[in-house]
Design a protein. Sequence first.
Length: 141
Amino acid sequence: MESVCVLGMLSICSFEDVKRKQIRLWVVCAFGIMGMVLHLIYRQTGIVDILGGMGIGALLLLMGLISRQKIGYGDGFMFFVTGIYLGFWGNLSLLTAAMISVMMYALVLLASGRGSGRYEIAFSPFVLFGYVAMLMMGGRS
């Protein structure tokens, strides 16, 4: 059930990020509430692990503030919520997978001459890609 929620949230966020260049906070909050309810019902992850996972999102929010939103707040809130579902190590793996895939895409753009240092890339599709890759490799949902 949890993987369906994460896939749903990341799919909606990816679509909106590509189309509108922003992520709706109410969508992310709704999935965050669902994650907390699921945790109360199933208790598959300890509270310290969940708080650590949410801390990754909080760190991205802080980086967004420092960088004047070069890293969007929506990305930080999205990782805040995935931390509820995945815990610290799962969320860190997700962030790593997303960063590697967006880096590879950026390198292709630069090598082909279609991008520059100021080119904005929607990040949430790469988060979705990273999560699907984690699921396919048998990672924790």
